[in-house]
Design a protein around this ligand. Structure first.
Ligand code: DSN
Length: 424
């Protein structure tokens, strides 16, 4: 019966709008027939897909459980409570807000709650691994607040320059000391950040959007164990949840954070997303997910090792998490835009990426960023990482002339088709 509901919905779509329907079919084929290596992408749990297209989509629920501005909340209150309690338990947090629509509002909500325009935040430099919402000049946040940036020491394998962090902290007295990253292939020493923040009385915030799933399974350090004030994470990357965000914090911040999300920044929460977050929190607490998380990290290490064997230059020399940044200019004399396009032509999806202190602009940077969450979700293992590294090498080094291009395309497509695509 459920199948027939889904089928009916799809057939309505097909009859109403063949252009959008065809695009959906095309996207499903692209995902099935290719190798997804963008480290922030994953395949959502089937349960998540079921909830995103469910009756919860129809509901307005401004406010919080027990304190809403609209009636009819018996089931929305239930799922939001479940999502909050499960998130608190798995991340060892005193408070959870599960309403952020995504990563950007989740981080903004903290800045707006604790900073006045012009106040200072000390965060990681974008090209060294930070994120747009950590105050890049092009973001609104970079215009409202005064972001100062620390870097890594490239010569020492990309470790954080603690002397610089401490010097900048004393000099600029930030209200928030921010860590977390979107292209930094290492785990973080949160205790060290906390020590520095305590010396100057700053709040501590970690944006762990890329690694939430590995923190939930205790494979990587948890900033809340180091007594951080705030931890933010998106739910759709490592955790295979809906597109959305979580703010986890100490209890003393609960009122300010909740009112900063609503009514401060957002209107009605997306209750289909909140319901999907609830089930995601249940799924990531299982042994099955813990094993998956281990496999992702293992696959990343294997892929990095194979790429190093092929002579590629990797930022920080390898990876401690699921992401790998390849300096394609140093490795094969191609900028990241061209490298991304060449791999795309063979069904291998990556994203162009700035490297530390990149002399090139963001739309034509010096590298690409890849990662293993999506391929691991599809069931690929270490042997498959060997094949993927070989294909990347063959394509980027322009050695595909040893056989016809279409042969290589077919080989990659046939390989990908063998693997299950959950929920689709
Ligand atoms: N777009 C996400 C990423 O790829 O890292 C985060 O903004």
């Amino acid at each position: 019966m459920l199948d027939s509901v889904l089928e009916k919905n799809r057939s309505y779509l097909q009859n109403t709008d063949s252009e959008v329907y065809d695009a959906l079919i095309g996207e499903e084929k692209r995902q099935k027939n290719g190798i997804e290596l963008i480290p922030s992408e994953n395949f959502a749990f089937p349960e998540v897909l079921a909830l995103l297209g469910s009756a919860f989509t129809n509901k307005y629920s401004e406010g919080y459980p027990g304190r809403r501005y609209y009636g009819g909340q018996q089931f929305t209150d239930l799922i939001e409570e479940l999502a909050r309690e499960r998130a608190k338990k798995i991340f060892r947090a005193e408070h959870a807000n599960v309403q952020p629509l995504s990563g950007s509002p989740m981080n903004q909500a903290i800045y707006h709650a604790y900073l006045k325009p012009g106040d200072t935040v000390l965060g990681m430099e974008l090209s060294h691994g930070g994120h747009l919402t950590h105050g890049a000049p092009v973001s609104h946040m970079g215009k409202i607040y005064n972001f100062i940036r620390y870097k890594t020491v490239i010569k020492k394998g990309g470790i954080i320059d603690w002397d610089e962090v401490e010097d900048l902290a004393y000099k600029h007295k930030p209200k928030i000391l921010l860590c977390g990253h979107s292209s930094y292939p290492k785990d973080l020493n949160y205790k060290k950040f906390k020590e520095i923040a305590d010396k100057i009385g700053a709040l501590t915030m970690a944006d762990v959007s890329h690694i939430g799933g590995w923190i939930a399974t205790n494979h990587l350090n948890n900033p809340l164990d180091a007594d951080f004030d705030f931890m933010t994470t998106t739910t759709h990357k490592s955790m295979r949840g809906p597109r959305g965000g979580l703010i986890l914090s100490k209890k003393e911040h609960s009122k300010k954070i909740d009112s900063s999300i609503f009514p401060g920044l957002q209107g009605g929460p997306h209750m289909n997303q909140v319901a999907a977050t609830a089930v995601t929190m249940k799924k990531i607490a299982t042994d099955e997910f813990k094993n998956y998380a281990f496999d992702v990290l293992n696959n990343a290490k294997k892929l990095a090792k194979e790429l190093l064997n092929e002579g590629f230059d990797l930022v920080t020399g390898g990876t401690e998490n699921h992401l790998i940044v390849i300096n394609t200019v140093n490795s094969v004399g191609l900028d990241g835009k061209i490298a991304e396009q060449m791999l795309d032509d063979f069904g291998i999806t990556t994203n162009k990426q700035v490297v530390p202190d990149d002399p090139n602009p963001p739309l034509r940077p010096s590298g690409i960023r890849i990662g293993t969450p999506a391929v691991t979700t599809r069931g690929m293992g270490e042997k498959d990482m060997e094949k993927i590294a070989k294909w990347i090498s063959v394509i980027l080094k322009g050695k595909e002339n040893f056989r016809s291009l279409s042969d290589l395309n077919n080989e990659i497509e046939n390989f990908s088709k063998e693997f299950n695509l959950p929920g689709i």
